[in-house]
Design a protein around this ligand. Structure first.
Ligand code: CA
Length: 226
């Protein structure tokens, strides 16, 4: 389930987008100003941003340029909304690193189709395939993990961590490598954060007798075994 951030100051359009995204099965957060949008991106990275061009405090183009210039947000998928249709403006938007744009007024159907197309481009097909190892099975398209048939409740980070382990079993992963692969180029995260999430992941696996899938390698990191 993709996480969409909508940055749009017109309440009617913001709720129209949010409603259609929710109906399409996405998780949606909304911001009405550039500052709010920036704060939400700093807190949690979304999978895609629907970004209005004209915002009260800062233009969407400036925001997009800033996100493209930052290693942590460089790969964010951005769909720009614009009330202007002029060719020159669209070119400016695409130069700023926007992946696609849609001119207002737009049909909700087309918006969802564009979002889906961008998400497909952002997520390589292979990473959407489900994996089954030992007693565990994980389905990225539904974000579901089952252990001996029972559904597990995992946070998004623990889910990504387990997914990465299951895609790369039997290999020792250092904490730094796990940070890069699971958290992305996130400069604010310390290596011991990995230990905290491994602990939580093991705690979630323990009631199903699956905690031994994750091995601690002294001085090395962690390894998934089946
Ligand atoms: Ca606006």
């Amino acid at each position: 389930m993709a996480d969409i951030l909508v940055v749009e100051d017109e309440p009617a359009i913001q709720s129209l987008i949010a409603m259609n995204c929710t109906r399409a099965g996405f998780t949606v957060r909304s911001a009405s100003t550039a500052a709010q949008g920036q704060a939400m991106v700093s807190a949690v990275l979304p999978d895609l941003i629907v970004l209005d061009w004209m915002l009260p405090d800062r233009s969407g183009v400036e925001l997009a340029q800033m996100w493209r210039g930052d290693a942590r947000t460089r790969k964010l998928a951005i769909l720009m909304l614009t009330a202007r249709g002029e060719e020159a403006d669209v070119v400016t938007g695409l130069d700023a690193g926007v992946d696609d744009y849609l001119t207002k007024p737009f049909s909700p159907k087309e918006l969802i189709a564009r979002i889906n197309a961008l998400l497909r481009r952002a997520v390589p097909e292979a990473s959407q395939l489900s994996v089954a190892l030992g007693a565990l099975s994980l389905d990225p398209s539904t974000h579901q993990v089952t252990a001996r048939g029972a559904t597990l409740k995992l946070s998004p980070i623990e889910f990504r961590l387990l997914h990465y382990f299951m895609k790369h079993p039997h290999i020792v992963h250092s904490r730094g490598k796990l940070l890069d692969a699971v958290w992305g180029d996130h400069v604010y995260v310390e290596e011991r954060t990995v230990d905290v999430h491994i602990r939580r992941l093991r705690a979630a696996l323990a009631p199903h007798g699956c905690e031994n899938h994750i091995d601690t390698i002294r001085g090395g990191g962690y390894r998934f075994v089946d």
